[in-house]
Design a protein around this ligand. Sequence first.
Ligand code: PLP
Length: 358
Amino acid sequence: MSERITGPSFFIGRGGDGADGLISFGSGQPDLAPPDGVFEAMWNFRGFKYGLVQGDELLHDALAQDYPHADAEQFVISNGASEAIDLVLRALYEPGAQVALQRPYYYSYPHNVTLAGIELAYYDLVDGKIDLDEFEHAVHTCRAVVINSPSNPTSTVQEVDTLKNIEEICDRRGIWVISYEVYKDLIYVRENYLIQGTRVVTINSFSKTFAMCGYRVGYLWARDRDLVSRIVDMKSRTAMNTSSVGQAMALAGLGVRAAHIVATVPVWKERRDLIYAGMQKLGLEVWKPEGAFYILPKIKDPTRAMHDLYHHYKLIAYDGTWFGAPDRLRFSFALDAAKIEEGLKRLGKFLANEYCSY
Ligand SMILES: Cc1ncc(COP(=O)(O)O)c(C=O)c1O
């Protein structure tokens, strides 16, 4: 009897090293090496005590240099972007509060919102893009919205005009914007547009740009002093400081960010082109990824397809249902070209052998 897969935790940390014959299009976990300085920082690190709850001050300073009009004390270093959103949502809680999510969404967002005691509202993306009428209709009763551009799982990038309109709508209505920009350094179509405003909280991570997922370093940048102090107080009673060695590595990475992006984005773009062409050749309906490293083909019964692909074709892809996309499968292309080609072959066999009988 094949094991039933009920959520992403079944796959996270599994496959990808080739030893088990699995091809993993599962986790969004970059396989490219971090910059050399990151390794040096790891080898040389000698701090074993608790660190500052808000994060290493040198890292705050470096981040403040990286963003326009930012102050070092507005940053909180977190255990990945994952802890950052959890802290922000819990700090924004108030009775009856609602938070709006774009759909498809990153699979954790609805859980983050409900675990914070907040109610959910959704608006649907149209071909991966935000429709401003739908957006305004959904958000007008909300305390906050989460914007994720480039998006996981759609890999679409919102238009700059759309983001500026969102700034204006939210500012006018007094809505907080949680701008989740973990893929801001991985955009194929334009520069990132940083959403700005006094009620904006920017969340980012060192997991993706610097391929440091396991070290768990991310951050939030809140322009509101009171929100920062509520978050730091909460963090002092929960996870406490973020990994000190991870922060030292992050600081080293940040110092060479521009060069690292120039070196790595072409690799991601090549993989994007390869998987996009391959899926089109297989006759699958997909959006061309504009950023990040996901592709979301339309497929009948993705839950069953995910099980069959894993158990019979040794291929990991995620059920679109987890992302609010019940007619799609999500593939992460954070793996090398040879593996992408082998994975496409397996997917082709699956489509030819079994899919027709669904
Ligand atoms: C949208 C989104 N949020 C959060 C994460 C996890 O990030 P972190 O490792 O910084 O917690 C991912 C990773 O796939 C992601 O795509």
